[in-house]
Ligand binder design. Structure first.
Ligand code: GTP
Ligand code: MG
Length: 208
């Protein structure tokens, strides 16, 4: 009975997410008492759209057709004790100056490597271009540092079911030997895959 009550109490209230703050780098991030699950991926992969679909709040994270929209580390708190969602700047965006890109990448790497309360990474990839070199670097990095990573093939609605499942299968095969690494399909506008993603995030939280 007791464990049942605890389980209910610890259910993440995704809908309750509210903007907390934006930080240009790790040093500017708020105190680290709350667990964080971060959303990473190439620019335009659909990180912000995914967070909005997950929290059922279309205005929470800014989305855009222009890649490179999210340039700061955006943190969202929830009513669940000690739990936050984090929208990270996209990587691999070519249309900014080299120095600007380098500083984004450095800030991103620093957050990922040094944030002690980070409990899992959701890595979003457009289903039509999965596992690009930078994505592979990310997956390898997570594996090495023991950070659980969940790959999400976004924009699944852009492909028919057959090719979508084929892409899923390919990525599954590529990661099959990596511990704490999983993959799923998702479509933000259709809402498909959201429960699966919630379950994964919940499982990370439950392990703390
Ligand atoms: N069809 C479809 N379009 C999507 C989906 N997810 C995102 N998009 C579109 O893709 C574009 C980029 O989405 P964002 O959520 O802003 O992408 P992002 O990864 O946050 O981009 P940056 O902040 O620039 O790194 C927008 O035009 C979204 O409407 C999806 O599941 N299906
Ligand atoms: Mg974004």
């Amino acid at each position: 009975m007791r464990s049942e009550t605890q389980a209910i109490k610890r259910q993440i209230a995704f809908d309750s997410a509210r903007f907390l703050t934006s930080a240009p780098n790790l040093a500017a991030c708020p105190e680290d008492q709350s667990y964080e699950v971060a959303f990473a991926g190439r620019s335009n992969a659909g990180k912000s759209s995914c967070i909005n679909a997950l929290t059922r709040n279309s205005k929470l994270a800014r989305t855009s057709k222009t890649p490179g929209r999210t340039q700061l580390i955006n943190l969202f708190s929830t009513s669940t004790s000690n739990f936050r969602l984090v929208d990270l700047p996209g990587y691999g965006f070519a249309k900014v100056s080299a120095s600007m890109r380098q500083s984004w990448d450095q800030n991103l790497a620093q957050y990922l490597e040094q944030r002690p309360n980070l409990i899992g990474l959701v890595l979003l990839m457009d289903i039509r271009h999965p596992l690009r070199p930078e994505d592979q670097t990310f997956v390898g990095w997570c594996h090495q540092s023991g950070l659980p990573v969940h790959l999400v093939l976004t924009k699944a609605d852009k492909l028919k079911q057959g090719p979508a499942n084929q892409a899923l299968h390919q990525v599954k095969t590529a990661i099959k030997d990596l511990e704490n690494t999983s993959v799923q399909l998702l479509s933000a506008p259709k809402g498909s895959g959201l429960n699966q993603l919630k379950d994964r995030i919940q499982s990370w939280y439950d392990q703390q």
